[in-house]
Write a protein that binds this ligand. Structure first.
Ligand code: MG
Length: 225
């Protein structure tokens, strides 16, 4: 469970699932040598991957290449089952930033063999969130700057207007497959510029209107207990 500031109090993030979009920004699809999808491509990250501000991203021994992906995260406020796009926003509580941390080498191997992505997307600490939850009614998400720096160097910079599928379209699609419960998180895809993380890195991610969040990166081998 991760606790984030929300309104005048706190919100405890306890999702039953984290749904993530693949290739929802055309420029990122291009850098992955993929076509822009005709329908949303979704996968799941386990809630056990969540960490909050102050906790480190851990690079697992099993991977030699772990990448950052900064994403706008939608938090569901009201159960959503087969909700049309026009009504989708009524089911949103608010927004935060989620880093869809990815073991790129394990993902490449899975892509090549036609295997699922769960391994490459599912390690503990692979879903850092923060710095706060912003009320849906306080933020128009249609055209927000989204970016990420590593050790002060700009790596990712985009705009939420570049999304292939909008948040209402995504909610309509996902809720036609699986019921979205309050607290569930949808990570809406990453802009171009994904790249590797190394032990000792400091990651800084921001979305206009939500704020900035920082995480340290440590390798699993460096942790004594
Ligand atoms: Mg992603």
């Amino acid at each position: 469970m991760v606790r984030l500031p929300f309104r005048d109090t706190y919100y405890d993030l306890r999702p039953t699932k984290i749904i993530a979009l693949a290739k929802n920004y055309a420029e990122h699809a291009k850098e992955m040598e993929s076509d822009v999808p005709e329908k949303p491509i979704i996968f799941l990250k386990p809630p056990s991957a969540l960490i909050g501000p102050g906790e480190p991203i851990i690079l697992p021994r099993m991977s030699k290449r772990v990448d950052h992906e900064v994403e706008l995260a939608v938090i569901i406020g009201k159960r959503a089952k087969r909700v049309p796009a026009e009504k989708a926003m009524d089911h949103v509580l608010g927004y935060t930033i989620l880093l869809d941390i990815t073991a790129r080498d394990l993902q490449a191997e899975a892509r090549e063999k036609g295997l699922p992505w769960s391994l490459s997307k599912g390690f503990d600490t692979f879903a850092p969130v923060g710095p706060r939850v912003v009320d849906r009614r306080e933020l128009d998400i249609s055209n927000l700057e989204i970016g990420l720096k590593v050790n002060g160097e700009l790596r990712q910079l985009g705009c939420t207007s570049q999304m292939v599928f909008t948040v209402p379209e995504i909610i309509e699609y996902v809720s036609s497959v699986m019921t979205l419960e309050p607290g569930d998180i949808i990570a809406t895809g990453t802009p171009a510029g994904v790249g590797p993380l190394r032990h000792g890195d400091k990651v800084e991610a921001w979305i206009e209107g939500i704020g900035k969040v920082e995480f340290d990166v440590l390798s699993e081998g460096s942790i004594l207990c």
